[in-house]
Design a protein around this ligand. Sequence first.
Ligand SMILES: Cc1ncc(COP(=O)(O)O)c(C=O)c1O
Length: 355
Amino acid sequence: MIRAVIDTAALRHNLTRVREVAPDSRVLAVLKANAYGHGMVAVASALAGADGFAVARLDEAIRLRAAGYTQRIVLLEGVQGAEQLREAAENCLELVVHEPGQIALLEAWRGAHLFQIWLKIDSGMGRLGFRPGELPAALGRLSDCKAITRPIALMTHLAEAELKDSERTRAQLECFERLTAGLSGERSIANSAAMIGWPATRTEWVRPGLMLYGISPFAGATGVGLGLRPAMTLESRVIAVRELVAGDRVGYGGAWTARRATRIAVVAAGYGDGYMRNTANGTPVLVNARPAPIAGRVSMDMLTVDVTELPQVAIGDPVILWGNGLPVETVAAGAGTIPYELVCRVGQRVHIEVC
Ligand SMILES: Cc1ncc(COP(=O)(O)O)c(C=O)c1O
């Protein structure tokens, strides 16, 4: 009943928008976390025009190779251990190198394969990467390393690129610029927000994720407002309609009480499908393409909406939880989270339909 409809034309359109925003950059399309819940293999097919793919984990990359994709694939967390390094070689994967143990693995490599690596610099994100003081030693070791091709690519990640004005972002960019001056490798800085909001980050490679899925990285904005099209529409149906009188309570904990004669539609979508339980009452869904507010607590398989203003609503009517006509950004705000989390949560139970 519930399904996530993935619009491949929207994905292609969004890639075109990426190229319009950063015409001089090559594009690593970020497909991690099952392409942000959209279905990695199908998304890879729609985005085959990108210059490469980026994933977080080895098994994601191997799945792409097994599905026949021959594009460049970058492992954003690199490899953990010699066995993973061997599999990365077998699958011709490119490696982010972010800590000394990963250099040691490359130094110990005796195979014929030469790895393209992306040296990750921590310019202030405080998560992965070599800090400024650690960089000379890392570069020194890599210059003697026989397992890699040259020049090595250089990358960093921004902590708050979604803020249009940020002293920290300026400091990160200045730090990366200073540390990489004089090095010959290609550079990659930008996620979606950086690409749009910080032109200086449109270097040789950009790494958009969210934008490709048609979603805005900026609070208070929607993908549609940025010229993007939503790639995922989460749809279900009404499975019951009930008439309530004032004072009747709805759902677990009786968290919503009718103040007047009310019609409630029960929709087959719940937190077991990835629709967040803490979504606030009043957050809209579309029933027959018209907005109706959530009334009562979201449960595992169902949620309840007030359709008093939509008297025609009947069992079987189509419901859109987010996507076409209802930005996922709006629903994320109602759930007190970011749209990344909503799309990534779309559960195992949701059938993905690619069109
Ligand atoms: C290293 C790196 N680059 C790029 C991205 C893509 O970011 P976004 O989805 O905000 O465009 C991510 C995603 O979290 C990331 O971890």
